[in-house]
Write a protein that binds this ligand. Structure first.
Ligand code: AFP
Length: 311
């Protein structure tokens, strides 16, 4: 499968059927399905918290943090009893925890609710998941077998890849994830860019790179949410997201394991690239689970230009 499904059946393909048609290994497709179901619970918590907390500005801050923790608890509990996961690492936890008997096939990394500081603004936020077969304390190229992210926006959408292309699903009113785009492929070059960090903190080479994109007419698209900002580049089939090394933060801001590896896996499956400015993100060795890294990710022309101008 993967040569595309006839239009007449496209809308009838749900997530489980698509993974079966793609030949995704049975335990992996059950794991991905369980994580997709958690996305529905997290979405319900987001809506619930907004309703309950409207107007409580000072309380909101604590509840907002609770929303991160609640999302992590839901994800961990669901995976704990899945039978497929032996270890779980999350942006909300200090260290990797064993959650199975130790014999299960997979290790899951999670940013259960990325962009939670945006919840009060009603901007889109997301869940980012990496699925590994081997210890994550290596490079993603050696350990990752799948990745997915869920975008909680006007629609709830999910992008997954199990190594055979990147595919988009939309959650419908019946609670099914229905295939909306299959084998998403980026153009060589896009027309939008998302420049993270403050201009005054950029290093000279990065500033020159951004000025080049601006002079080439790229439109700035930056929401402050990694998931919707990346999703925009994928769905618009081109462009570049960067959160660079900064003068006072040479490793940038974003988490290698929880945020960058999964998006790099998906972007590469869509024909894009992801680098720290020097190395492919999936080739960077993970030394610590909270490791951060600069990132340039998106269509190949822009990522190659970044590498060239930074070298
Ligand atoms: P929060 O999870 O604290 O909202 O941070 C979101 C994030 O990690 C990532 O989603 C964004 O791309 C990035 O931070 C935005 O950072 P700036 O606020 O410095 O632009």
């Amino acid at each position: 499968m993967g040569e595309g499904i006839g239009d007449y059946t496209r809308n009838l393909i749900d997530l489980r059927r698509h993974m079966w048609l793609e030949g995704v290994e049975v335990e992996l497709r059950r794991l991905i399905w369980q994580i997709a179901v958690v996305g529905k619970y997290i979405s319900a918590k987001i809506h619930e918290s907004n309703r309950k907390l409207a107007g409580f500005q000072n309380v909101y801050g604590e509840e907002q943090l609770a929303l991160d923790r609640i999302s992590d608890e839901i994800m961990k509990n669901k995976l704990q009893f899945s039978g497929f996961v032996r270890e779980y690492a999350s942006e909300e936890l200090e260290d990797i925890i064993q959650i199975g008997s130790g014999k299960e096939k997979y290790i899951v990394t999670a940013d259960p609710l990325d962009g939670s500081s945006l919840v009060d603004t009603n901007l889109a936020i997301g869940t980012i998941i990496g699925i590994h077969k081997e210890s994550v304390m290596d490079c993603g190229r050696n350990t990752m077998v799948a990745a997915l992210y869920i975008t909680y926006g006007p629609l709830i959408t999910m992008i997954y890849s199990a190594g055979k292309g990147a595919h988009e699903f939309v959650l419908d009113r019946e609670g099914e994830y229905i295939l909306s785009q299959e084998n998403i492929k980026l153009k060589e070059k896009g027309s939008i860019f998302s420049p993270g960090g403050l201009r005054r903190d950029w290093n000279p080479a990065h500033l020159k790179f951004v000025e080049k994109l601006e002079s080439d007419g790229y439109k700035l698209r930056y929401s402050g949410g990694f998931v919707p900002d990346i999703n925009q580049i994928l769905i618009k089939k081109g462009g570049l997201f960067t959160y660079p090394a900064l003068k006072k933060a040479p490793q940038g801001k974003l988490r290698l394991l929880f945020e960058l590896q999964p998006m790099a896996f998906i972007m590469e499956q869509a024909g894009g690239l992801a680098t720290n400015g020097d190395q492919d993100i999936l080739s960077v060795k993970v030394e610590s689970i909270n490791q951060i890294s600069p990132i340039y990710i998106g269509s190949s022309t822009e990522v190659q230009l970044a590498k060239q101008m930074l070298s």
